[in-house]
Ligand binder design. Sequence first.
Ligand SMILES: [Zn+2]
Ligand SMILES: [Zn+2]
Length: 253
Amino acid sequence: MKITILGSGTSQGVPVIACPCEVCTSGDSHDKRLRSSLLIETASTSVVVDAGPDFRQQMLRSKVKKLDAILITHTHKDHIAGLDDVRSFNYLTGKPVRVFACERDQAEIRQEFSYAFAKNPYPGVPEFDLQDLTLQPFFVGDIHIQPVELMHMQLNIFGFRFGPLAYLTDVNYIPEDSLKQLAGIKVLIIDALRKKIHPSHFNLEQAIAVSNQLRPDATWFTHISHLMGKHAEIEKELPDNMHLAFDGLIISL
Ligand SMILES: [Zn+2]
Ligand SMILES: [Zn+2]
């Protein structure tokens, strides 16, 4: 299984105009982050978690030519705004793209992309095959997916376990049952927005505490705001087996 961090950033705290801070003006490519997303690939199957505003750029950058499914953690815009661009995959395959989302999130996707679900849609609209996402494990091709419930402030959202790896973005509380489902993971990719506490995301200290509780071999922090500080400087402060994720990072399992 090959895991690629397509994006390790967030819309949270990112100014709309060019930001003069030391992270946004850094020459280090590790400090250039697209919105958070993950690609999971085996020899036969490719799955993406979330399709935020940078989805198209991420597909191009990682040369993704085949997409078997998109898993939706929740429908905040930094996680679904790029769904319109699945049309490229529709052209390639002549088929809709399977999108796994819970009932609530399916309703929001139908509303946000209403033109794609119109009775007589205009030619060229993105084509989605919405599939139910619950806490039941399932397969896409040969990739086993265990959905895990997470809390994103008041919102219950989805994290995912793919065998030895867990991807937990946009979370500030992990219910007890979910912690049990995560027991024994080897690699943890987890939300750590910044150092300062935040109402709907783990900060760095809280994410480190979760890692210390789950004790994976390696932990990568993601959904990182420019308020975190420069990659190279934060790296020096972290325990040996914990790192800031960065765009293009590949983990082979
Ligand atoms: Zn969110
Ligand atoms: Zn987010």
